[in-house]
Design a protein around this ligand. Structure first.
Ligand SMILES: [Zn+2]
Length: 125
């Protein structure tokens, strides 16, 4: 997993993004960390393809499309699209992890109409 960790570090370095590791549950991205104007991601140690995918997803919140949308489903989908495009590998476990996470947002927010970009990533049941 070294090379995948390195990939995350390189993207952070190239874009002036601060990376912090955490051991808790909640990975996230900060556009303007504590009002400093700095971008930051807080991610788990990269020890699996899935933790790599989630870290790339957090970078997608800073570097990906649709991040200024008012619609959280669109922001989440945009961050995953960026991750999917930019990950060095895209394994079945990464895809299923993405779908699981997007479905949990759909469960909370309800299903948007058929044209929504989230349906490009989540199969309709
Ligand atoms: Zn997200």
């Amino acid at each position: 997993m070294e090379h995948l960790m390195k990939h995350i570090e390189d993207i952070c370095n190239d874009n002036g993004i601060i990376m912090k590791r955490h051991n808790g549950k909640c990975s996230r991205a900060f556009r303007n960390y504590r009002g400093t104007g700095k971008q930051k991601i807080s991610v788990k140690r990269i020890n699996s393809y899935l933790t790599y995918a989630v870290a790339m997803h957090e970078l997608g919140h800073l570097l990906g499309p649709h991040q200024h949308s008012h619609d959280v489903l669109e922001r989440e989908a945009g961050a995953w699209m960026w991750a999917m495009t930019n990950c060095k590998v895209w394994m079945p476990c990464m895809k299923s992890g993405m779908i699981r996470r997007l479905r949990s947002y759909l469960n909370v927010k309800g299903e948007p109409d058929a044209e929504h970009i989230i349906w490009q990533l989540v199969p309709r049941s």
